[in-house]
Design a protein. Sequence first.
Length: 112
Amino acid sequence: MIGFAKTTGLFFITAVAEIAGCYLVYLWLRRGETAWILVPAALALAAFAWLLTLHAFAAGRTYAAYGGIYVAAAIGWLWLVERIVPTRWDYLGVVVTLAGMAIIVLQPQRAT
């Protein structure tokens, strides 16, 4: 269970880096922020890519499992940063995707 908690925490940090980087690009493109905002955006997105390499299992499985945490983090971002209250459908989507993530991460390990 410690491995699951560690993986989940790393996924969460990874998601925040990805969302922050993309959000900064969004602010530049859609809200007219200065181009200098692309510097922290690039750093956040580089951190996101690097963080994905820290996971112990196959890249495709990592990306699939990461999706559940990403959805949860994105809904949290919606609420905390964009000040939009999530709907019950948002919360249900988070529960479903986290269940999918748990199935992928907690699957029985095969001997190699």
